[in-house]
Write a protein that binds this ligand. Structure first.
Ligand code: UD1
Ligand code: CA
Length: 454
């Protein structure tokens, strides 16, 4: 069966009270519309048309989907969901089923979308419905005495009796393509909002003698729409809870599943422990036995087995070997590549630098654009001066080097294996292997010196 998909994303989202188009608001770090596109991607539709309107340029730019990406149809002005689908009609073929989804209902499951398309089968109108404890704001499903669906009435047009109905339309339907193209063009705007309601298609199907069927999602969370910041936050917590449960099922120990945020993908080996208040962004991979202390933010990182991250660390684009110890208050920036058993302590920043096994920078240091050998000890307050105002230069530190406290290594510069750099040195020339290099003014004491008097 030919499947075509239409996703409506032109609405303003008035209740978000935001300049950002609603479908670009983020859930778990990803635009609402992206969630919907990802859910339907496995259905491999013949074509996918996204209706844009409010903030169309921004929405179309933001959806840099997998190739080939969706097609777009502009809706200007936005006169309701029926009017939105009218804009897609010129791009739709006559065969098979059209699956229509709301761009603001992000957690729809692939299996649910597929099941609905199959229920429609190109011959029926299939509605995804759900029974909610609080149906406020949703269109209500009207059934006759035999339970046959007769129509959908919007909240604003519903009588008090109809508002008591708890079965709602979720915003997902599947319709025979040729029928849909005709029926959607015949909609009118005779209702409370003077809009073309897509939901009026149901009454039209009943009139046309087209069979109307319904299906339900496995979990109501799939059909919760985002219309307000409160609903967005509620959905975020539900999604985070679901992710936390999946991790715990896999054996990850979370100090508190309610105080964890994964905005991307978190992959954990056995015996990982995560304390409260941590945020994971992009793709983060944690090796066996890794422990993450409270209030850490990790983005696009890979940490080796047994590595311990103490509280309040910010790790971004870093690769860390086994048995390392980071923090508290460590900062790793993109290109930080740390070997086994490296120690990075409080207020140490590492950027675009390789630290070989056993290297240590325990306090107050900056290592940028550097290659650091095994077992190097980098003293408190020492930095690589890697930037001359125009270009970045590299610092190369051999194995077993000791850099004292408060040193400035002016790159490009190389410290040979086993070199020792005296505290307070400003090193602008290479330091030979195995020797002590000191580059600071000699200490003098002036005999008989008197303080000036007033
Ligand atoms: C819609 C349904 C309602 C259902 C609910 C489920 C209609 C008339 N009502 O109501 O029965 O219970 O979804 O969440 O369809 N959009 C456009 N162009 C427009 C208007 C809306 O593209 O002119 C898009 C929005 O961007 C959004 C989606 O359609 O993604 C739904 O619009 P919204 O205004 O949120 O509809 P609801 O009032 O929630
Ligand atoms: Ca909505």
């Amino acid at each position: 069966m030919v499947l075509q998909i239409v996703i409506m994303a032109a609405g303003k989202g008035t209740r978000m009270k935001s300049a950002r188009p609603k479908v670009l608001h983020r859930l778990a770090g990803r635009a609402l519309l992206d969630h919907v596109l990802a859910a339907v991607a496995p259905l491999e539709a013949a074509r996918t048309v996204v209706i844009t309107g409010h903030g169309a340029d921004a929405v179309e730019r933001a959806i840099a989907g997998p190739n080939p990406g969706p097609a777009f149809a502009r809706q200007e002005p936005q006169r309701g969901t029926g009017h939105a689908v009218q804009q897609a009609v010129p791009q739709l073929g006559d065969d098979g089923t059209v699956l229509i989804l709301n761009g603001d209902t992000p957690l729809i499951a692939t299996a649910t979308a597929r099941a609905l398309a199959e229920a429609g089968a190109g011959t029926r109108l299939a509605l995804l419905t759900a029974t909610l404890d609080d149906p406020t704001g949703y269109g209500r499903i009207l059934r006759d005495g035999q339970g046959r669906i007769q129509g959908i009435v919007e909240q604003k047009d519903a009588t008090p009796e109809q508002r008591a109905i708890r079965e709602v339309y979720t915003g997902v339907m599947a319709a025979p393509a040729a029928w849909l193209k005709r029926a959607v063009m015949a909609l009118t705007d005779h209702n409370a909002q003077r809009e073309y309601y897509l939901t009026d298609l149901v009454a039209a199907a009943v009139r046309d003698g087209l069979e109307v069927v319904s299906a339900q999602p496995a979990d109501v969370v799939e059909v919760l729409g985002v219309n307000s910041p409160a609903q967005l936050a509620d959905l975020e917590r539900r999604l985070q809870r679901r992710q936390a449960e999946a991790l715990m099922d896999a054996g990850v120990r979370l100090a508190d599943p309610a105080r964890l945020d994964i905005r991307g993908e978190l992959v954990c080996a056995a015996d990982v422990e995560i304390d409260v208040g941590c945020v994971f962004e992009g793709r983060v991979v944690l090796g066996e036995g890794v422990t993450i202390g409270a209030h850490c933010v990790l983005r696009d990182c890979e940490l080796g087995a047994g590595t311990e991250v103490q509280p309040f660390c910010h790790l971004d684009g870093a690769t860390v070997g086994d048995g390392a110890r980071l923090g508290p208050y460590a900062r790793l920036r993109p290109g930080a590549d740390l070997g086994a058993e490296v120690h990075i302590g409080n207020f140490v920043e590492v950027k675009n630098a390789t630290l070989a096994a056993g290297a240590k920078a325990n306090h107050l240091a900056y290592l940028g654009d550097a290659t650091v050998g095994e077992r190097v000890n980098f003293g408190a307050g020492s930095i690589t001066a890697n930037y001359d105002g125009a270009n970045k230069h590299r610092t190369v530190i051999g194995a077993d080097v000791h850099v004292g406290s408060n040193c400035v290594l002016i790159a490009p510069v190389t410290l040979g294996d086993g070199a020792t750099i005296g505290g307070g040195s400003t090193i602008a020339k290479d330091a030979p292997a195995g020797e002590l290099t000191v580059a600071r003014a000699r200490q003098v004491s002036l005999k008989g010196w008197k303080r000036p008097k007033k």
